[in-house]
Every structure is written in structure tokens, then in C-alpha cells.
Design a protein around this ligand. Structure first.
Ligand SMILES: [Zn+2]
Length: 262
């Protein structure tokens, strides 16, 4: 029998064994007994994956610890971290949608799909995903990088913001860049996307070219934003983030005419 992968959460933290592995299935008995919720969430490397949420007082076994997903960026293999993010988002959705948002009746989980239904007014709710656009603005041999107020010291990244209702990704990117730094951009090019489960974002990254305007920062959102020459970039976000890949790949493309690695 193929052993399963167990994603065990206590509040927002994942159970990890020996610093960087998922726990052994043989350890799961007491967790299953105590589980507040348990769902199959998919397969990984051909093995089924299960999510378990245990009460906030449940202790970690010896040589195990509960760690927040951010602390596991770059420590877990990328497919494992992606599945952990999926499990976390399903768990968080399930525990926050026990009652109908329209009429207050207890909802129930439908079999075979992730949706919760209200038996009274028939409202159906699905796990929430919030689209975020990220834009790296290029001006000749310079990149525009910015800091939010919550960033770790010294770190700069591409601009990013949530899409609003009614917007396309392109509209959201033009609006965000104009609101946050006062610039107009052109030639938007899609780069790639990454699920970002903090708590339920989907990051969609673009490059774009500077068009017009002078830097004028929105103080509520942006602590600092500057044009950095390619050979004098500041510290970048976590290497496991799409922001890091977006900036590094763009840097390679501008320097060598093509990305030397992905
Ligand atoms: Zn209802």
C-alpha cells in the first residue's frame, strides 16, 4: 500500500518532522482521533494527501514541531510546499464558513468537491482565491523596486496589489502602479504565477516598460521606491517566491538578452 502524505495543522502551523519533512503516517493515529477536520486534498508523487486540523492545545511529538508556512519557504520541496498551501487554504476556508453568510444556517460540506452549501437558502460557497498582480517596471538598464511597510529590513521587491472587482489583470496592474508610484507603464508581458497561501492569494507576475511620469509614492502603501541600476540591486525577497524569480530572470534577460536560468 502506498503511504499517504499528512498535512497536519494546528491553528496556522504545519507539523514538520526532523526540520524539513512531513510526519510519518505511522504517527498519525492520535492526530486522527483528535482531528477537528480531515479531508483528502489531492496526490503528490503518486501518494494520496490528507489534511488534518488538530486543536490548538495538541502537542507536537518528539523531534517534531509546528511551523508557519512562511518559515517553510525554501525548506520544503516546492511541490510539497504547494500542496501544504493548498491544504492550508482549504482548512482555513472550511473553518471560517461553517455558517451561511446570507442567513446564518449551519452549512455542510458537499461530497466530491470543495464547496459548502446552505440547506436553508441554498447559497454555495467555494474556497476563496484572491488575485494579486505584480509588476516589475523596466526603464532602460534600471528596475523599479519598492518596499512596503511590513517588509523585512533592507528588502525591496516588485510592486504588487490586489485586483478589484470588475478589473482585468491589466487594468489592475496599470491602476496599482499609478496609485503606488505615480507612473504610467506600457508593454505588459506575463511572466508567471504562484499560489501564495498567506492567506489565499494567487500572485500573477508581469514585466512592463516605463512610459511616463515621475516617482510619487503613496505613503500608506510604499515606504520607499527607487530606480536601481542592474549592477546595484538591493536585497531581494525569498528565493522561493515568484517576486525573486521575476526580478532575477528579468535581470538575466537584460544583461544577456536571454534568461540564463529559471
Ligand atoms: Zn443560507
Amino acid at each position: 500500500m502506498v503511504s499517504a502524505n499528512w498535512f497536519v495543522f494546528r491553528e496556522n502551523a504545519l507539523l514538520i518532522a526532523r526540520d524539513r519533512e512531513l510526519p510519518d503516517e505511522a504517527q498519525m493515529g492520535p492526530f486522527m482521533v483528535a482531528a477537528l477536520q480531515q479531508h483528502p486534498v489531492g496526490t503528490l508523487y503518486g501518494s494520496p494527501c490528507h489534511l488534518l486540523e488538530v486543536p490548538s492545545t495538541f502537542p507536537a511529538p518528539e523531534h517534531h514541531e509546528f511551523l508557519g508556512l512562511r518559515a517553510l519557504l525554501g525548506r520544503l520541496e516546492e511541490p510539497v510546499l504547494a500542496m501544504a498551501g493548498r491544504a492550508f487554504q482549504i482548512m482555513d476556508w472550511d473553518r471560517t464558513h461553517g455558517f451561511c453568510g446570507r442567513c446564518g444556517t449551519p452549512t455542510f460540506l458537499k461530497p466530491h468537491e470543495f464547496s459548502r452549501d446552505c440547506p436553508s437558502c441554498h447559497l454555495t460557497v467555494y474556497p476563496r482565491i484572491s488575485p494579486v498582480v505584480m509588476g516589475l517596471v523596466i526603464r532602460g538598464n534600471e528596475l523599479l523596486l519598492a518596499r512596503g511597510h511590513h517588509f523585512a529590513p533592507g528588502i525591496y521587491s516588485a510592486l504588487a496589489g490586489y485586483c478589484e472587482p470588475g478589473e482585468s489583470l491589466e487594468m489592475a496592474l496599470h491602476r496599482e502602479i499609478h496609485e503606488e508610484v505615480g507612473l504610467k507603464v506600457r508593454d505588459l508581458r506575463y511572466f508567471g504565477s504562484q499560489s501564495w497561501p498567506f492567506p489565499h492569494s494567487l500572485m500573477m507576475a508581469f514585466t512592463c516598460q516605463y512610459d511616463t511620469g515621475d516617482l510619487k509614492l503613496q505613503p500608506e502603501e510604499i515606504e520607499d521606491a527607487r530606480w536601481f541600476p542592474l549592477d546595484a540591486l538591493p536585497s531581494l525577497p525569498n528565493p522561493a517566491s515568484i517576486a525573486h524569480r521575476l526580478i532575477n530572470t528579468t535581470l538575466d534577460t537584460l544583461r544577456h538578452g536571454h534568461p540564463s536560468h529559471q
